[in-house]
Design a protein around this ligand. Structure first.
Ligand code: ZN
Length: 232
């Protein structure tokens, strides 16, 4: 049996990060990979590529596909063990990236072991969550605008004061949400074509979303069979 890997896709604010943490806890042996995190690390480097990445990001422009692909590929090349699955948080976001990921998993002899999971929330829901979520002034914990967290008055981790995130302004948020509609929908269609995309209703409690993901994973038989989409 080949280890299963996950690609968590969804609009900003859909709760990908939280679900990634839960998956990691549940399955134990998953290598977590966040393209956004890798890009931020790259931009800190005192190298030629680091400087270029930093400049492109500051101008709000797009980092080229090959760079994104190169980053996660190198990370997996040097870290992913044979018995370990990969857990992509917020990938894949462009068609060529999704296609290259399939080639890469073929190279690993892990065909049909990558499960793309869409955590589906509407644009409006995403907007509300992004404009209303808060961050702890002391420990930096992000408090989502979901369920019981909406009424939290102090940080549930350290008791610190809760503030709105400085990057959560309407223009920046609209840009991020437009990006999803423009680029990521192509990726979703690519996965839908061969019936691989697992769509989870993200407008439920964190626990219920996770339960639905686990149900979907259980229905996925490896190797060689196609991923099955669970009945709702
Ligand atoms: Zn705190």
């Amino acid at each position: 049996m080949k280890p299963i890997s996950f690609a968590l896709i969804g609009r900003s604010g859909c709760g990908k990060g939280t679900q990634a943490e839960l998956l990691q806890k549940h399955f134990g042996n998953l290598f977590y990979i966040s393209t956004g995190g890798l890009l931020r690390e790259l931009a800190k480097l005192d190298t030629s590529a680091g400087k270029s990445a930093k400049q492109i990001m500051q101008e709000g422009k797009l980092i080229p596909d090959f760079m994104i692909i190169g980053l996660w590929m190198r990370e997996l090349n040097v870290n992913l063990k044979e018995d370990q699955g990969a857990l992509f948080d917020g990938a894949f976001r462009r068609l060529v990236e999704a296609q290259q990921a399939d080639e890469y998993f073929k190279f690993l002899e892990r065909e049909n072991t990558l499960m793309p999971i869409l955590i589906d929330i509407s644009k409006q829901e995403a907007y509300d969550r992004l404009t209303k979520r808060r961050i702890c002034k002391d420990c930096g914990k992000i408090i989502p605008f979901v369920g019981e967290f909406k009424n939290l008055e102090k940080c549930d981790n350290c008791g610190g004061e809760l503030l709105h995130r400085p990057d959560d302004n309407p223009d920046a948020i609209n840009n991020r949400l437009a990006y999803f509609d423009n680029e990521v929908l192509e990726v979703l269609n690519y996965y839908k074509k061969d019936n691989r995309l697992i769509t989870i209703n993200g407008e439920q409690s964190i626990e219920k979303v996770f339960e639905d993901i686990l149900d979907a994973v259980k229905q996925h038989q490896i190797p060689n069979s196609k991923i099955q989409i669970p009945n709702k």
